[in-house]
Design a protein around this ligand. Sequence first.
Ligand code: XMP
Length: 318
Amino acid sequence: DWTMATFRDEAIASIRAQVGEGRVICGLSGGVDSTVTAVLLAEAIGDRLTCIFVDHGLLRQNEAADVEAMFAGRNDVIFNKVDAADLFLEALDGVSDPEAKRKTIGRLFVEVFEKEARRVNGDFLAQGTLYPDVIESVSATGGPSVTIKSHHNVGGLPERMGLKLVEPLRLLFKDEVRALGRELGLSELLVGRHPFPGPGLAIRHPGPVTREGLDVLRKADAIYIEEIRAAGLYNAIWQAFAVLLPVQTVGVMGDARTYERVLALRAVTSTDGMTADIYPFDINFLGRVAARIVNEVRGVNRVVYDVTSKPPGTIEWE
Ligand code: XMP
């Protein structure tokens, strides 16, 4: 795609012009946006880029290891991982209100990230801000708006630390970021990844988050995604994920009664996440996924499918 090749070259040139001989800090989440931002910066300024990856213990199965592996293979960038799972899970202990969860995670994230960033001699902070985020924040200041969910970002950190922002994706939509990622040589598996929210699995685990619940959720989610990929449906879906409900129901396995939790499956199509339709799976597909999850994941004995569009539902449950 010549357009993306041109965009890449221009973006690299403009990063070099903006940054000069300066140093850049970039936060990694494992998602497509921050990864493409980091790789673009690596191409532009090499080892004057330091990536910081805060593992808050709320990532999906293998996600932290995948992020690490991707950057371990590049010796042109400095990669710092902070293992902060204990800190986050202790702070979330007993917290069930969705906004309280989001605020706790957001506050801790900024604290951990800032502490780590202060050890790096940075002049700039790179962010994977996309065009829809730019329009959303402009329209939010232009008139009254309702905050449905507090979003996760680095807050006032750039001002506090005197860092200037580098936002090389600010004119792009999600599908263009994916095309740019391909242009930069990133794997299809990575650029095609479904979006994942900053607060992670905490908002897919209604009620207080527990380590045991997160383990159950990770296993069930991995089976669901594996089946979606095997059926060749992954790229037709905007987001698919499991939600572990704080509700137990009665079931039967072999000749024994079970009393375990309910797992909800969600899958939607969308172009920007602002509105969404449910993905119309074949009911036999859902039955297969449910059977696998109940058989393979201890702690779940019933699976339901969320058939609510956005609006009135939101994509995430919290
Ligand atoms: P909702 O649940 O509001 O989600 O319909 C719309 C899209 O935004 C994602 N999402 C987030 N992404 N930080 C993020 O980076 C967040 O705090 C956050 N909350 C929701 C969600 O996964 C969906 O793609």
